[in-house]
Write a protein that binds this ligand. Structure first.
Ligand code: EPU
Length: 423
């Protein structure tokens, strides 16, 4: 996928970030709400959609399926799936991104039949979808996987009680999508509580669904006959906000991060404070002001409201120059330490043993040529470049563009010396 993507980011280290940054709409909510919209044949207007590659890819996927989609400069996406009469996403489309699996829940919900190629995505671990499948089957669907394609069919979908064996954002959302038009009530137990689960539930309710309890570990979905179009605005990106918070702290800067929901950032705020960073919460913004000599802390990634796995990598970079030893435990994705080898090339002292990384703080990192392994590692490398001595050349930035809107523009506005070049 990255073949031919010859752009690089060049980062000069040593600048303290200062000023204000505005956070975009949440990627992981947008890539669920866009496919969820096909549950209704009415027109949906979705605001605060970030201009990122994953959104553009999803727009292409939807258009190939036969849906009318327009995205304007302000981030409002119009989706009209009234002409859609089936949902069939081929390998070429679905393999481009993980979130294409939401077409299974949405397509099954609307047409009671769907065919989607087995999803691709970031290289961070095995990423099974057994819990999604268990949910569809419980609702009465027959699920077959053949030649890399997932095919689900149901005479009718009937509400059921589904206990998730692992807390999964994807399975929780996908089951909600399949259940909103089912007969009777579906109960998801041990549901994921992430902010985007709540955002998708709110969107579904805005289309006329009856979903209650999202944000707790029991979600109740009463099936309705039909959904209608609506206008909805996506919540701010918790992970983008956390990335800028960590970047501000790492550079010893002072940054006001606007358009955030501080409640969604509590786990990051708590850890930064523990390290000695000043974090001040306002209504919809948060200020991060760092002093020198930050203290090491231990981190364990967990489902929300625990510390998000998507910020493990940026946080590890911050810890790489903190005073003392930190232990970082990755309990969600076993492959999410692959980027550490690149960080070591910048002088970080990190030992990885399975799901645990032991980070010995060093005085400073030094700029190097590094290659991005996945989206959040990319964000982490920008932060590493900002605190390193000298120049860092970041390759394979395709991954960063998947999920961060106007990344170099936003960092430059905060004073960073960062530019994009074509190789
Ligand atoms: N899992 C299973 N079976 C399943 C589903 C998940 O065992 O059927 C396991 C996974 O292997 C993992 C854990 O459950 O160990 C949690 O996975 P989850 O399903 O919650 O992850 P996801 O839905 O595939 C979303 C985000 C990820 C984010 C995780 C965790 C989207 C599109 N992706 O993935 O975001 O890391 O939740 O919060 O929403 C990113 O943005 O960089 C990213 C990777």
């Amino acid at each position: 996928m990255s073949v031919g993507y010859m752009e690089k980011l060049i980062v000069e280290g040593g600048v303290k970030l200062e000023g204000q940054v505005n956070i975009s709409g949440f990627k992981n909510a947008a890539v669920a709400i866009i496919p969820a919209s096909i549950l209704s044949a009415g027109k949906c207007y979705i605001e605060n959609i970030p201009h990122i590659r994953d959104v553009y890819l999803f727009k292409d996927i939807m258009q190939e399926l036969g849906v009318d989609v327009e995205l304007d400069e302000n981030g409002t996406m119009m989706i009209d799936s009234s002409k859609l009469d089936k949902c069939c996403a081929t390998y070429d489309l679905a393999n481009k991104m993980r979130a294409s699996y939401y077409l299974i829940g949405a397509g099954l919900g609307r047409f009671k039949e769907v065919e989607v190629a087995y999803p691709g995505g970031c290289n961070i671990g095995t990423r099974p979808i057994d819990q999604h499948i268990k949910g569809f089957e419980a609702l009465g669907a027959k699920v077959e996987i053949e030649h890399g394609v997932i095919r689900c069919r149901a005479e009718k979908l009937v509400g059921a009680k589904i206990y998730l064996d692992v807390v999964s954002v994807g399975a929780t959302i996908n089951i909600m999508l399949a259940a909103v038009l089912a007969e009777g009530t579906t109960i998801i137990e041990n549901a994921a509580k992430e902010p985007h689960v709540v955002d998708v539930a709110n969107f579904l309710n805005m289309m006329g669904a009856d979903v209650r309890g999202a944000g707790t570990d029991i979600i109740k979905i009463k099936g309705v006959d039909k959904l209608h179009g609506c206008t909805y605005s996506v919540i701010p990106d918790q992970i983008e906000a956390g990335t800028y918070m960590i970047a501000a702290a790492a550079t010893g800067g002072d940054v006001l991060i606007n358009n955030v929901i501080p409640k969604h950032l509590e786990s990051i705020t708590a850890k930064l404070k523990e390290m000695g960073v000043e974090v001040i919460e306002y209504g919809d913004s948060i200020r991060v002001k760092a002093l020198d000599n930050l203290k090491s802390v231990d981190i364990k990634t967990l489902p929300y409201p625990g510390f998000p796995t998507d910020l493990q990598q940026p946080m590890t970079v911050l810890l790489s120059t903190a005073d003392g030893t930190s232990v970082v435990t990755e309990s969600i994705f076993e492959g999410r330490f692959k980027y550490v080898d690149e960080l070591k090339r910048m002088g970080a002292n990190i030992k990885v043993e399975g799901r645990v990384a032991v980070v010995e703080g060093v005085k400073r990192l030094s700029g190097a040529r590094i290659s991005v392994t996945d989206l959040r590692a990319g964000a982490a490398f920008i932060i590493a470049g900002l605190i390193a001595e000298g120049t860092t050349e970041i390759e394979n930035i395709y991954h960063i563009d998947r999920g961060y809107e106007k990344v170099e523009e936003k960092f430059r506005k905060l004073g960073a010396k960062i530019k994009r070049i074509r190789d």
